[in-house]
Structure formats: structure tokens, C-alpha cells
Design a protein around this ligand. Structure first.
Ligand SMILES: *Cc1c(COP(=O)(O)O)cnc(C)c1O
Length: 400
């Protein structure tokens, strides 16, 4: 390498895809904070504060709550490999890509997996799960709360009680839900729950908040075999995040600073206000899309506010539209995954990205992109419909 590369200077972007979402400037500033050593007493204090905030955002009293060094998928793997020993039975509910990923992770961990399937965009009724639990009697049931590939929100009511009736541990993916819609770990009676920093928490990708119930901890402490992964073995990691402060691996200091600041922002806003903000901007976006005749892929009544998966309208080219949005307006939205590839767009309104500015700009930009391709739409209708929602709501649209 003799040529000196130019300093990084990426184009400005508005991240309205399925993650990562835009990072709040305060989080970026926190990341410029000078490093402490990972065993410095001051850093240990920061870890404790972060854990306390994580318990709050997860709505749990669980002692074993911390951030795995890795992205959301590392959180999934942590939950699975610690609960599963080779030969254990696990039921995985699959109604999209992330359920499929959980099946793969569980099989690699040596689980005997039973897949419970539901069509994409739909959710699982409790009775269907009961039937399977009764037949299979698994050690663990895994389910995705907010399926980012379809935009569907799985109702959690009664699921924890049901699992415990059959002596099954409940494992929940809340990567896209945490800090966007209610996640109530203790009320759900969930036993192992993981998330990610890059969706509604609006920090960069790199950490996976996880929490384990006392029931799950008991199971982990009574394993017959060692956890297959050295790095993700919570019996070792808990000695670092817990009282002992036993060195396991060097914590990603800067990412913990980022997570702490992102959680402080959630705390300042308040959980209820944050959920209400996600619902409001979703309503405005939805009204705008409806005015263009664009429909949602997830079933009515179970649509996520923070991830809007919509059918690509006839006459619009998937790639051309997304390229135009990116090149002309700096807006990133997501394409479809798996079965939905080429069929849906995924518009994220997550965390700091969830703002009136973004909704209005996106709708205006989408209109322009569709008109440029000759798609017949009522010009101006989308922005007008979204504005109508904002007007009716009378909400302050100021950026925080
Ligand atoms: C994004 C996502 C993941 C994976 O997270 P990464 O940060 O990409 O590893 C897992 N589950 C769901 C539901 C997701 O949306």
C-alpha cells in the first residue's frame, strides 16, 4: 500500500431501514470519551449503571442482565448455547427470517429442534403453541417478538405461564422491539431475552443486551456439559459483570459508553412517551402510504410501528426505487428478506430515526421516485395524509 487513502467522509444518510438506525449525536459524542481500563473502578461503576438501566428498559429484576460483546445475533447465540445441551429438545416458532436463524443456531448447539411454522406476516395463536408444547415437551421454546423481516408483532400475553405449565423455558428475541414497543420481561415471565443496540436503542451495532431469569440461571448452573462456546459462556461472563470482576474478555469500552448514553436518552424521554412517539410517526407514515395505495405485509392488528414492511406497488422497481431514494435523498430503506425478497420494502422508524422530519421527507421522496418510474399515484397525497395525522394529533414535531 503506497497510496495514502483519503480520510473517511461518507455521504450523509438517513437510516430508515431495518437497522442500524440513526445514532443520536449525544451517543456519538459519548463514543469520543477517553478510554478507561476494563477493570478500572470507574469503568466498573459505569458497567453497574448500564446494567441498572438495562434492567429498567427490559422491565426486569433479573440479576443476570448485561450486554454481550457482539451484535444482536450474538445475543441469540448466547441465549441458545447456555440453555441448550446436546440432545435437548427445543421448539422454535418460525414466521420469518429471524425465527429461521434461531433454528440454525439451535441445531448447531446440538438441540433436537421442532419447527413450528406460521405464514410470514402472521403471528402464533397461543393454542397452536400449547398443542406443540403438549406433544414435544421441550426444554426451551424460542420465539421472535418483533419479526423484522415481516413487520409482525407477536403477542406475548400468557406465553410465559403456558411454557412453565410444561416445564419449558421461554426464550424471546426482542432485538427490534426493545425501546420501541413495550418489552416486559418479568410480566411476560420470559426466561432468556436478548436484544441489540442498533435498532430502537439507536446506538451503533456492537452490543447485545441479554437477561436471564432466576429459573434460567438455575438451569445453566446445573448443566451436565460445558457451554459449547467459551466466549459466550454466561457462567464465566457473569463473574466479570458480577461482584467478582474476574477478567474474562476486554469489554468494548466505547460501545458500553454508547449504550449507557442511549439508555440515558430513553430514560429522559420515558418509556411510555417513547412508545407513543413510535406509534404517532407510524400512524403518519401509514396514512401517507395508504394514500398511495401501498399496503402492509403483516396482518392487521399486529403491525409493528417501528418496522413497516409494505408490498412494493405494481409498476415500481424494487432496486431502482431504493437506489433513487439513496442517491437523490440520502434515505436508506430495506428490501425484502427470504420469501419477501423483491416483494416488500421495509421502512424503519426506530429510535432517533423515528421523527416527523423523516416521515415527511421520505413520503415526499417516495412520491418523486414513483412518479419518475411512471407509477400512477395521486401527487402530493401522501404528505397531505401524514400532515393530517400530525394536525389531528396536535403533537409537537420538534426534534429532540
Ligand atoms: C437485526 C435482528 C437480529 C440480528 O441482529 P444483528 O445485530 O444483525 O446481529 C436478530 N433478530 C431480529 C428480530 C433482528 O431484527
Amino acid at each position: 500500500m503506497s497510496k495514502l487513502l483519503a480520510e473517511l467522509n461518507p455521504s450523509p444518510r438517513i437510516l430508515m431501514g431495518p437497522g442500524p438506525s440513526d445514532v443520536h449525536p449525544r451517543v456519538l459524542r459519548a463514543m469520543a470519551t477517553p478510554l478507561l481500563g476494563h477493570l478500572d473502578p470507574e469503568f466498573l461503576g459505569i458497567m453497574n449503571e448500564t446494567q441498572a438501566l438495562l434492567r429498567w428498559v427490559f422491565q426486569t429484576q433479573n440479576t443476570l442482565t448485561f450486554a454481550v460483546s457482539g451484535t444482536g445475533s450474538a445475543g441469540m447465540e448466547t441465549c441458545v448455547v447456555n440453555l441448550i445441551e446436546p440432545g435437548d429438545r427445543m421448539v422454535v416458532c418460525v414466521h420469518g427470517v429471524f425465527g429461521q436463524r434461531m433454528v440454525d443456531v439451535a441445531q448447531r448447539a446440538g438441540a433436537e429442534v421442532t419447527v413450528l411454522e406460521r405464514s410470514w406476516g402472521d403471528v402464533f395463536p397461543l393454542e397452536m403453541i400449547r398443542e406443540t408444547l403438549r406433544k414435544v415437551r421441550p426444554k426451551v421454546l424460542g420465539i421472535v417478538h418483533a419479526e423484522t423481516s415481516t413487520g409482525a408483532c407477536q403477542p406475548m400475553e400468557g406465553l410465559g405461564e403456558l411454557c412453565h405449565e410444561y416445564d419449558t423455558l421461554l426464550l424471546v428475541d426482542t432485538v427490534t422491539s426493545l425501546a420501541g414497543i413495550p418489552v416486559e420481561v418479568d410480566r411476560w415471565q420470559a426466561d432468556a431475552v436478548y436484544s441489540g443496540t442498533q435498532k430502537c436503542l439507536s446506538a451503533p451495532p456492537g452490543l447485545a443486551p441479554v437477561t436471564f431469569s432466576p429459573r434460567a440461571v438455575e438451569v445453566i448452573h446445573h448443566r451436565k456439559t460445558k457451554v459449547q462456546s467459551w466466549y459466550l459462556d454466561v457462567t464465566m461472563v457473569e463473574r466479570y459483570w458480577g461482584q467478582e470482576r474476574f477478567y474474562h474478555h476486554t469489554a468494548p469500552i466505547t460501545m458500553i459508553y454508547a449504550l449507557r448514553e442511549a439508555l440515558r436518552l430513553v430514560q429522559e424521554e420515558g418509556l411510555e412517551a417513547r412508545f407513543a412517539r413510535h406509534r404517532l410517526h407510524h400512524s403518519a407514515l401509514r396514512a401517507g402510504l395508504a394514500a398511495l395505495g401501498i399496503r402492509y405485509a403483516a396482518v392487521e392488528g399486529h403491525q409493528l410501528p417501528q418496522l413497516n414492511a409494505v408490498w412494493i406497488p405494481p409498476g415500481a422497481d424494487d432496486l431502482a426505487t431504493r437506489r433513487m431514494l439513496l442517491e437523490r435523498f440520502g434515505i436508506e430503506i430495506g428490501g425484502g428478506l427470504g420469501d419477501f425478497k423483491g416483494k416488500v420494502w421495509r421502512i424503519g422508524l426506530m429510535g432517533y430515526s423515528c421523527r416527523a422530519n423523516n416521515v415527511l421527507l421520505f413520503l415526499a421522496a417516495l412520491e418523486q421516485c414513483l412518479l419518475a418510474q411512471g407509477v400512477r399515484i395521486p401527487e402530493g397525497a401522501a404528505v397531505a395524509a401524514a400532515n393530517q395525522v400530525y394536525r389531528e394529533h396536535g403533537a409537537s414535531q420538534a426534534v429532540r
